[in-house]
Design a binder for this molecule. Structure first.
Ligand code: ME8
Length: 508
């Protein structure tokens, strides 16, 4: 039986349309999923949409729609974008689906029955004109921070989750599992937060209706984060603990942005502890993208729309840029200048040129029929070794979710390939028929190194790798076993590739 691998993205709110931040997490998860499939894993890759809660309810009112109409409309934009970005998810969960509602009601009832959810009173400052609760610290000089009018102390009935009870158990878990929260700096922030003391968490609201009712008390709507987090198991069929649930849970990694780490590293694990379910293996919080040095926001009108980028530069340029430019886990800045720089140097020059030069020579010197190589000499063996070593390096970096380093390791082989052409000078060998055998070995070494490189790269840039492998006459299904030297056989038909990536000469 294949080992399993379960990876998730956050489920995105439908009150906003997709931007590069959403594309970032989803592309990263896709690369991981594709890579693990390639390495022989049985992968489950989940993404979806978060459709309940007050934010969505309000956005629907503004748009003159019902919340479900709004969700139906916006969710299509996410799904269409994932299609264009080549996202290979196994499942797309919507929190308005029956399977999800069933999972949420069940885990809520389960924790309620155990006594770790109880009915209490939520006491805070209330601004009646704004219909908003505020905590003491949010008030500005004792008044509403939004409208500056006086506030009054109000009590609202609410269900609470006994999060305080799990404080020590959670700390012990984090201590015993150093990889549970990553990167390390974020783990330390979470530990400090927990040590300040966990308070019980209000997990129901009576101020709006768009959500899943509390089982047995439908005046209360389940808190949107309790609802949303449960998607990771409801998609697997929970409360049915057989089938996909038993096959894939606990999840190998929840990929999220740093903005929602507390929900995933404190709330979610304590809910699971209370329900008696296993905890995620890993929660990884990546950094935040700014745009040309500024926070991305609707009011600044600088939201970067992935469809526009794909139209302008092509899908694999976008995928490459997002994962190569910034180490996963750190914040980064998006700029067209930086993207064009990467496109022209790494893609058009390095990888594109290497393939077009190599395939052009195979056509010119051997009519596009791969010749039988003769004995390899040191310079050939060095490229072969470097290509082989890259596999283990990429594997290690992928395990660390260091996508940028993994790509760097692949590009080291590409640079070595370009240098190999210069050093072995096939055009000189081609002048003398006595060097035919040597020329055959050079061509074979060069193309075989690229076959392996593109097999690995298919996890990152599936469209590009597909084109490259087709030009190398390689049509086999890619798997771990194919990543060893010798896959290209003599007689294979090589076709010349004009340009994998055009140089971008246009204006930014
Ligand atoms: O938080 N840079 O949904 P959401 C990098 N529904 N990543 C960014 C980003 C940026 N500027 N902006 C957004 C929610 N993201 C909840 C999640 S999960 C059970 C519920 C990414 O639509 C990042 O992954 O606000 C962030 O965590 C996610 O989008 C938030 O998406």
């Amino acid at each position: 039986m294949k080992p399993t691998f379960y990876v998730t993205t956050p489920i995105y709110y439908v009150n906003d349309v997709p931007h590069i931040g959403h594309a970032y997490t989803t592309v990263a998860a896709d690369v991981l999923a594709r890579y693990k499939r390639l390495m022989g894993y049985d992968v489950y890759f989940l993404t979806g949409s978060d459709e309940h809660g007050q934010k969505v309810e309000k956005a629907a009112i503004t748009a003159g729609e019902t919340p479900l109409e709004l969700a139906d409309r916006v969710v299509k934009r996410y799904q269409a974008l994932w299609e264009r970005l080549g996202i290979s998810h196994s499942d797309f969960i919507r929190t308005t689906q029956e399977r999800h509602k069933k999972g949420v009601s069940e885990i809520f009832s389960n924790i309620l029955a155990k006594g770790d959810i109880y009915l209490g009173e939520y006491e805070d400052w209330y601004c009646t004109p704004c219909e908003t609760f505020w905590t003491e610290t949010q008030l500005i000089e004792g008044r509403c921070p939004d409208c500056n009018r006086p506030v009054e102390k109000l009590k609202e009935e609410s269900y609470f989750f006994r999060m305080s009870k799990y404080q020590e158990q959670l700390l012990a878990h984090i201590e015993a599992h150093p990889d549970f929260i990553q990167p390390k700096s974020k783990r330390n922030e979470i530990v400090s937060f927990i040590k300040e003391g966990l308070r019980d968490l209000s997990v129901s609201r009576t101020t709006f209706t768009w959500g899943i009712p509390v089982p047995g008390n439908d005046r209360h709507i389940i808190y949107v984060w309790f609802d949303a987090l449960t998607n990771y198991i409801s998609a697997l069929g929970y409360p049915d603990e057989t089938g996909n649930y038993s096959r894939y849970w606990p999840v190998d990694v929840h990929l999220i942005g740093k903005d929602i780490l507390r929900f995933h590293a404190v709330y979610w694990p304590t809910f699971l502890m209370a329900a008696g379910l296993p905890l995620p293996e890993k929660v990884f919080a990546h950094g935040w993208w700014t745009v040309e040095g500024q926070k991305m926001s609707k009011s600044l009108q600088n939201v970067v729309e992935p469809n526009m980028l794909i139209d302008k530069y092509g899908v694999d340029v976008v995928r490459y840029f997002l994962l190569r430019e910034v180490p996963f886990g750190l914040d980064g800045d998006f700029s067209h200048t930086a993207l064009i720089q990467r496109m022209n140097s790494d893609l058009a020059n390095d990888i594109g040129n290497l393939l077009s030069r190599s395939t052009a020579m195979a056509v010119k010197y051997f009519e596009g029929i791969l010749p039988e190589p003769s004995e390899m000499i040191d310079i050939d063996l060095a490229l072969k070794t470097k290509t082989g070593e890259m596999i283990a390096i990429v594997d290690k970096f992928i395990d660390e979710l260091a996508f940028s380093k993994a790509l760097q390791a692949i590009w080291d082989v590409i640079s070595a390939g370009n240098k190999y052409i210069d050093d072995s000078a096939p055009w000189t060998l081609a002048k003398d028929p006595a060097n035919r055998g040597r020329l055959a070995t050079v061509m074979h070494t060069l193309l075989e190194s690229q076959r392996i490189t593109h097999c690995v790269l298919s996890a990152f840039l599936p469209t590009t790798a597909g084109k490259a492998l087709a030009s190398l006459g390689y049509a086999e299904e890619i798997s771990k076993e194919k990543l060893v030297w010798g896959g290209l056989k003599a007689g294979t038909v090589i076709t010349k590739v004009e340009a994998l990536f055009p140089r971008y000469e246009g204006k930014e």
